[in-house]
Design a binder for this molecule. Structure first.
Ligand code: URP
Ligand code: ZN
Length: 461
């Protein structure tokens, strides 16, 4: 049998083990994994001194998102190009229900994404109206491979907010078919009340932004969502977990036997709210906000203990010019930060290179757990024969200073400007095609595929 590609002399790691083996790729799939592969191949890639891992899966990106009076700067082409250069081969964005139906939102979002994507992708369905029509449509949405949902517990004025009944109902209805319900968990009444009071007191500078969204409003909302998951028998996922209180609420849910999982990001692991006091503090506003060093530490602990299953980004990039209206008024900041390209290198560096995270742990957090939760496993997130040949070859010794000017995200700043990381993706393959090599993007817009997903699978701890 002739192979398309043979990756030789690398150290492989999957969710469970680290081992020396070669990988043979044929027709975009992993065809052989063996200590030595003797078959001929059209191309041989040496991975000597490097790790070969399943491609990263980022299940939380916002590309071309109309939000806060503007549109997020990375579109499906630039955002997935940047993702690929950061070791990610699959992203999941959102089709948020507008005035029309959920299926209409999905069709519109696919029409936008399909010609542009450079990695594989899927969509979560954002449910903003729980009425008879949405309820009736839910099975059809799931049948077209959209098996996860997002309900916003905030964003009332944006028209995205779902109330507690909607959350309870979507948890209940989707669980019957193996669906997963993700939430943006913040208490909206507290957030709105605290914001109004700060404005009355003239406290509009970005340094007051964290006071408008304190950690306890996240902890409360997660606790409430966990309660509805327990009552409904639903499968719950917490997007962008930011605080120690939030981790405690997730952990308590798990202890009570609730199927609740969570994601966090390098932004929440490595930035603090001291940023809001800096001259460019408005750039760092995202919801929920980045918090304290103690929160960072508890999130790390949550990752290591398996209380948090997934590394995602909530990549929602806005340029300096887009953020400018909020320089002195935190209510006018487009919320979100750019990080899809640097999320995995930052965690690899602070986790694996620093010796506190094993390679299988990194693989579970960056790829396998998301593949399981979002119904993509084992086609994605594994090195099994028959899986898609989505691979990232990591050079564990490569040292890089992160600079916005060197990165591929379509913005003129980085929250991690000047940060030094050890360990960086050397090469990224999507279904056996090399789409990034030595920092050079080689893919093609439109070559990524929409992924119809199956039921959720609860990852092992
Ligand atoms: O501030 C954020 N996170 N922007 C993107 C929308 C969301 O809440 O996920
Ligand atoms: Zn959110």
């Amino acid at each position: 049998m002739g192979l398309d590609i043979k990756i030789v002399d690398g150290t492989l790691a999957d969710e469970a083990q680290v081992f020396r083996a070669d990988i043979g790729i044929s027709g975009g799939k992993i065809a052989i994994v063996a200590r030595e592969i003797h078959e001929r191949a059209d191309r041989i890639i040496s991975a000597a001194g490097s790790y070969v891992l399943p491609g990263g899966i980022d299940p939380h990106v916002h590309l071309s998102l109309p939000f806060c009076g503007t549109v997020s700067a990375d579109d499906f082409s630039s955002g997935t190009r940047a993702a690929a250069c950061g070791g990610v081969t699959t992203v999941i964005d959102f089709a948020i229900q507008g005035p029309g139906t959920v299926l209409e939102a999905v069709r519109a979002r696919r029409a936008q994404a399909d010609p542009e994507v450079c990695t594989d992708y899927s969509l979560h369905a954002g449910i903003t109206r729980w009425d008879a029509q949405t309820q009736h449509e839910l099975p059809a949405v799931m049948e077209c491979g959209i098996t996860s949902f997002k309900l916003f517990m905030v964003y009332r004025k944006e028209g995205w907010m779902a109330d507690d009944f909607a959350l309870y109902e979507v948890l209940r209805e989707s669980a019957r078919r193996g669906g997963l319900v993700g939430v943006h968990a913040e208490n909206v009444d507290l957030m709105e009340g605290l914001t109004a009071r700060l404005l009355r007191e003239g406290k509009t500078e970005p340094r007051y932004f964290p006071e408008s969204r304190p950690a306890f409003i996240e902890g409360e909302a997660i606790g409430r969502a966990v309660r509805w998951a327990r009552a409904s028998g639903g499968n719950l996922y917490i997007f962008h977990l930011s605080s120690a209180e939030g981790v405690e609420a997730v952990a308590a849910g798990k202890c009570a036997g609730v199927r609740v999982c969570a994601e966090t990001a390098a932004t929440y692991l490595g930035l603090t709210d001291e940023r809001f006091g800096e001259p460019d503090g408005h750039l760092y506003a995202t919801c929920p906000p980045v918090r304290t060093a103690a929160d960072n530490a508890r999130l790390w602990e949550g990752l290591m203990k398996g209380e948090i299953e997934v590394l995602a980004t909530d990549h929602c990039a806005f340029s300096r010019a887009q953020k400018e209206p909020g320089r002195h008024d935190f209510t006018r900041i487009p919320y979100g930060m750019p990080s899809v390209e640097v999320n995995l290198p930052l965690v690899f560096s602070a986790g694996v290179s620093a010796g506190r995270m094993s390679l299988p742990q990194f693989v579970r957090l960056s790829s396998t757990n998301a593949a399981k939760l979002f119904g993509l496993y084992p086609t994605k997130g594994s090195l099994q024969v028959g899986a898609d040949a989505d691979l990232t070859i990591w050079d564990p010794r490569q040292e890089r200073t992160l600079r916005a000017g060197d990165l591929h995200m379509r913005v003129d700043w980085s929250p991690f400007e000047g940060r030094v990381v050890t360990g960086y993706p050397r090469m990224t393959l999507l279904r056996g095609e090399v789409i990034c090599d030595g920092g050079r993007f080689l893919g093609t817009p439109g070559s990524g595929r929409f992924l119809a997903r199956g039921p959720t699978q609860y990852p092992d701890r």
